[in-house]
Write a protein that binds this ligand. Structure first.
Ligand code: MIC
Ligand code: SF4
Length: 685
């Protein structure tokens, strides 16, 4: 199969088109549409991945599509999020996933084998291929030169069923890395610097394509740290060329045959260019509660730290953890610090154990967790009340750690280890002379915890525990949408605000009625009750509504509670698509003053973007809760079908008497999906 792609890439070049790498990969996978930024295109998907927290829905959806076996080149089902088994729910879900994988022809990576993105990079990613994953950090595989995109479970189910993936042709941003990183400065600083410059909205509708002389010094796991956190920019994907470093990594994983060289054509055009002088970077830190709230570690140094978490799909590679072991070797962590470490994969864990680095970590006082997401998504190790937690992960949204008033800071492994020793935020450059840790020539390859599906899955029975509830059904779009504003939210509302995760709520992922009771809990705990009482209604949001994860539960739970439309200043890509997939209208204001003129029930809920209000430069106020006092305005959209098809939608505010226009920016296909009441109904037709 590989040579087909290779040939296609070669043919493009023969035609004299000078393409950047994103265009090259898209053009050989293009099924529909023109590669004009902003226009809807459809691409063939070669590989898919799911994880357990999104996977149960994805396989229920695949089952509902009615195709007996996946049609992709490769599909993998990982168990990495819900590994804490405090009740029967997660264990039942694992059984469901394992049986569904066997039935549908999907590889199954067992609990304990590692975090999906780390394992996929190690064992499955292939340069030049497309990967669609039911997790927002799927672009991690872009570190291998793969066009890897995060999406909702239903989009991934459709891809498994052999359908192309629809997206708007992204703009391509060339991030040129120049020079070499100084001692104690790492790949994490590169992406934190890009986040500092572009913010959490800066990548929406774009692919970040890395190039420049600086990339040759970055190994694939380092590149993967950068592509991983492209998700925090809101980017569709992030991409590195496939070069000598890629070859070295694939050979070290025993997969040299998967290598093909890939790069942009010389002189290829880009929509934007960003230059980063690696030599000028210093250790950086993202202050709570947003990954773009970035300052120099030196400027935050001295704050007392209660917890340090080293792990997550951003920074849990073998080299990352060996660096930590070398910093901690022969020393003891500060008495008031809890240091927790979760290796990214069983391969990493095994190699640390084999070469003794694990002993150094344990001796220094680290608490070692299983290879899973764990604290990154609030599954265990919640920090103490009002505590400061330094993490090598990618998201520091308020409440995500499991402790509402904890403050989470995002750092490199070097800063994390230095701070665990001192007990205060510490610039790693104070540790003295730096050392280098090279990526190993050979990784320990052992795929026994990845179960290959049987040739024939038709006889396999899917195991369904009581936690697996049927998919919610939706009807076609009504001719009129009328209801109250159930919640008015500020800017940058994350899916962690809409549908929180954490050890208590995550086990309900396959049970929509139960999980819906927690919808908007961090910002407005009375929301589910109010929505049910009102028989549904509208949600009003600010800019970048739904940033963060790919969880379709952030659409499914509001749907279950009767939300028919979300009106926002702008949307994050994956969440907007998830709303469409479940028949919820995503509308945007034509005039921003119309946002101000709508009244929600009580105060505006959410994170506010006011500079200087929170910690550090560009800081943010902490989350303000909607108090739900009073009633939201009553809105009506008449003749929705007509308005949708003619692109003229108006909302009447029956409470204030004001009428205002809204946009939907839906493609013809998306209009049909909305009219049908969601993607499953549309696909069935
Ligand atoms: C996350 O990091 O927020 C998650 C948990 O991995 C999510 C997926 C989910 O909610 O299950 C993501 O990034 O898409
Ligand atoms: Fe898991 Fe955290 Fe990565 Fe999400 S961001 S996949 S929760 S490690």
């Amino acid at each position: 199969m590989l040579w087909v792609i290779e040939m296609s890439f070669a043919q493009e070049n023969c035609h004299g088109t000078r393409q950047n790498l994103t265009q090259k990969i898209i053009s050989v996978h293009l099924v529909e549409g023109k590669m004009v930024p902003g226009e809807e295109i459809a691409i063939k998907i070669d590989q898919t991945l799911t994880q357990d927290a999104t996977g149960t829905m994805a396989y229920l959806e695949f089952e509902a599509i009615g195709i007996p076996r996946v049609k992709t080149e490769l599909s993998v089902s990982y168990v990495d999020h819900n590994t804490l088994q405090t009740g029967f729910e997660n264990a039942d879900d694992h059984k469901f996933l394992q049986s569904a994988a066997a039935k549908f022809g999907v590889y199954f990576s067992r609990a304990g084998n590692g975090i999906c993105h780390q394992v996929h990079l190690e064992r499955f990613g292939v340069p030049g291929k497309t990967l669609l994953g039911a997790d927002s950090h799927t672009p991690t595989a872009g570190g291998l030169g793969m066009l890897a995109i995060g999406a909702g479970g239903l989009d991934v189910a459709m891809a498994m069923a052999g359908h192309p993936f629809y997206l708007n042709m992204p703009k391509v941003v060339n991030v040129r890395l120049h020079g070499k990183l100084p001692p104690w400065v790492s790949a994490k600083e590169i992406i934190l610097e890009v986040l500092r410059r572009l913010t959490v909205k800066g990548g929406v509708g774009k692919v970040m394509e890395y190039s420049g002389d600086g990339i040759k010094h970055l190994s694939v796991p380092e590149r993967a740290t950068i592509t991983n956190m492209g998700a925090e920019l809101g980017a569709t994907a992030s991409l590195f060329p496939s070069d000598e470093a890629t070859k070295k990594f694939l050979e070290a994983q025993g997969r040299g045959k998967d290598f093909i060289p890939l790069a942009a054509d010389p002189g290829a055009g880009y929509d934007e260019i960003i230059d980063v002088d690696l030599g000028a970077l210093e250790p950086l830190i993202a202050l709570p509660p947003s990954p773009d709230n970035v300052v120099r570690v030196a400027d935050a140094a001295g704050r007392k730290v209660d917890q340090v978490f080293i792990g997550s799909c951003t920074n849990s590679s073998y080299v990352d953890l060996v660096k930590v072991a070398q910093i901690l070797k022969g020393k003891t962590i500060a008495p008031h610090v809890s240091l927790v470490i979760a290796p990214g994969s069983r391969q990493v864990f095994y190699m640390l154990a084999k070469d003794g680095a694990l002993a150094d970590l344990v001796a220094a006082g680290a608490r070692i967790l299983e290879c899973a997401c764990g604290p990154c998504v609030g599954v265990g190790q919640a920090p103490p009340s009002g505590g400061v937690s330094l993490r090598t992960s990618n998201r520091n949204f308020e409440g995500r750690s499991g402790t509402k008033d904890a403050r989470v800071y995002l750092v490199s492994v070097e800063t994390a280890a230095a701070s665990a020793l001192s007990g205060f935020i510490t610039d790693p450059r104070t540790l003295g002379e730096a050392f280098t840790v090279e990526m190993p020539e050979k990784f320990a390859v052992d795929d026994r915890m990845i179960i290959k599906p049987p040739e024939d899955g038709s006889k396999v029975e899917i195991t369904r525990g009581p936690n697996i509830k049927p998919l919610p059904r939706t009807g076609p779009l009504p001719a009129e949408i009328k209801g109250r504003v159930l919640l008015k939210a500020g800017d940058n509302i994350t899916t962690d605000h809409i549908m929180p995760a954490g050890a208590k709520i995550l086990p309900l992922r396959s049970n929509i009625p139960a999980i819906a009771e927690h919808c908007f809990a961090p910002v407005d705990p009375a929301f589910p009750e109010r929505a049910k009482k009102a028989g549904g209604g509208f949600v009003v949001g600010g800019a970048n509504y739904g940033q963060g994860s790919s969880r379709e539960h952030a659409a499914l739970a509001p749907l279950y509670l009767g939300v028919k439309a979300v009106i926002a200043k702008s949307f994050a890509r994956i969440h907007r698509q998830n709303l469409i997939n479940f028949g919820i209208l995503p509308l945007t204001f034509v005039n921003e003053e119309d946002y101000d003129a709508i009244n929600g029930p009580g105060a505006v809920a959410g994170v506010d973007g006011e500079a200087g209000a929170g910690e550090g430069a560009g800081g943010r106020e902490s989350v303000r809760k909607g108090d739900g006092a009073g009633e939201g305005d009553e809105l009506v959209i008449e003749n929705v079908h007509e308005g949708l098809l003619n692109d003229r939608l108006e909302i009447k505010n029956l409470t204030t008497g004001r009428t205002f226009p809204v946009k939907h920016n839906l493609s013809s296909r998306q209009k049909e999906i909305i009219l049908a009441g969601g993607l499953l109904n549309y696909a069935r037709k």
